[in-house]
Design a protein around this ligand. Structure first.
Ligand code: NAD
Ligand code: WQD
Length: 371
């Protein structure tokens, strides 16, 4: 059992991972500023895990509690320092950090690059400094397949060229570089290196995380109009939006629509558990792993799978290609299978079944009427 700090733990991937980690017997401290999430998600995680959520201040962590929430910003160095110090003072020093907190909207990052670098890069640097000062040198980091830009080969291995094409991707790349520096692997060609620097780091490159916990109690709740395909489709199915816009049917793919590697968020959460356990049981190292299924699905494949899951028609119209899109991105997930003995278990049909259960039970997400 470890004491873990989960930054951004109230968010989409963080909330599902909190549940998996509580079920694995870990004790969690969540730090989140709720800039893109709701505390309701964490209350529901506690319900599902059969525990209670304690709210606390960074200076007043009361040990030992299984699941504690601290509202704060990863850029707030005094808050981070107080959090690490008070966890230590009450006999529960933080063993490892799972770092989800960050901004993730590609289009917004083009409009607000300074904000993206501030939260994603400066925020992570402050977090790593606090970890270093308090002798906590294990981190699982949320990286992204967005680093591969327009990939030269598919399925994409971890050794593929890193070529981010927007400020969001550039900010993830900068953090990956900082983590490699800490691990003593700067400029290394190989994605996995042992290091003498004492850091245990996993850089997990997610493909397209979607779906929800099968209970329908927690799921993805984007602010405003969803940027991403999956939440847009579930909102059309539930009647919140009239139709889907399909961005291009002239891609060089079997049906002409874009192909992606959709990964069930519970598979992804379990991947974090395995990465954490691997780091905690091994020598200092830098792991760099794709987390994807290795299977591609087109936009129209997802539409059909959601129609089958929801038993509702999903109206759509074809529009021009979206700038910045690639035709196909699919992971080569072999390295994660080899290193973590982890691979995805859940199909596109299960993704749609669970995503639909969440959307149907919570048509307005964590908002009005469903707390
Ligand atoms: P999310 O927005 O649902 O979760 C991020 C969480 O971080 C939110 O709860 C938000 O309130 C919190 N947060 C943001 N800024 C913060 C700050 N300054 N201080 C403290 N908390 C802050 O996003 P998600 O989909 O769960 O993504 C989690 C991580 O995974 C992000 O780093 C994201 O870039 C990365 N990622 C996401 C995807 C995806 O498609 N969802 C794909 C690849 C990588
Ligand atoms: C999937 C497919 C679209 C919306 C994004 C980020 C990436 C990562 C995951 C964080 C594409 C098509 C979409 C719509 C559509 N996030 N589409 N109509 O672009 O693969 O990846 O999320 O790291 O960085 O870029 O995901 O869900 O936006 O698009 O036709 O309304 O669906 O063109 O082919 P994407 P997506």
């Amino acid at each position: 059992m470890a004491q873990l700090l989960i930054t951004g733990g109230a968010g989409f991937i963080g909330s599902h991972t909190c549940l998996v980690l509580l079920e694995a017997g870990h004790q969690l401290l969540v730090l989140d500023d709720f800039s893109n999430s709701s505390a309701v998600a964490l209350k529901r995680v506690a319900e599902l895990a059969g525990t209670r959520l304690q709210r606390d201040q960074p200076t007043l962590i009361k040990a030992p509690d299984t699941f504690t929430l601290v509202e704060g910003d990863i850029r707030d160095a005094p808050c981070l320092d107080a959090l690490f110090a008070s966890a230590k003072a009450c006999g529960q020093p933080i063993d490892a950090v799972i770092h989800f907190a960050g901004l993730k909207a590609v289009g917004e990052s083009v409009q607000q690059p300074l904000r993206y670098w501030d939260v994603n890069v400066v925020g992570t640097q402050r977090l790593l400094s606090a970890m270093d000062q308090h002798n906590c040198r294990t981190m699982v980091f949320s990286s992204s397949a967005t680093l591969y830009g327009y990939p030269d080969q598919v399925p994409i291995p971890e050794t593929a060229p890193i070529q981010p094409i927007n400020p969001y991707g550039a900010s993830k790349h900068a953090v990956e570089e900082l983590l490699a520096d800490l691990a003593g692997c700067s400029g290394a060609a190989e994605p996995i290196q042992a290091s003498g620097a004492g850091w245990r780091i996993a850089r997990l490159r997610y493909f397209n995380p979607v779906g929800a916990h099968p209970s329908g109690r927690i799921g993805e709740d984007p602010n405003g109009i969803p940027n991403n395909l999956f939440p847009f489709i579930t909102q059309v199915a539930v009647g919140r939006r009239p139709e889907l816009t399909v961005f291009g049917d002239d891609w060089p793919t079997p049906d002409g629509t874009g192909v992606r590697d959709y990964i069930h968020v519970m598979d992804l959460a379990e991947g974090h558990r395995e990465a954490l356990h691997s780091l905690l049981s091994a020598d200092p190292q830098l792991l760099t792993l794709n987390l994807g299924s290795g299977q591609g699905a087109s936009v129209l494949d997802v539409v059909k799978a959601m129609e089958a899951a929801s038993q509702r028609a999903i109206p759509y119209r074809i529009a021009p290609r979206r700038p910045g899109d690639a035709a196909i991105t699919v992971a080569n997930p072999a390295l994660a299978a080899q290193q973590l003995h982890w691979r995805t278990q859940r199909s596109l049909a299960e993704i749609c079944r669970d995503g639909w259960a969440w959307q149907q039970a919570n048509p307005n997400g964590y908002g009005d009427g469903c707390r």
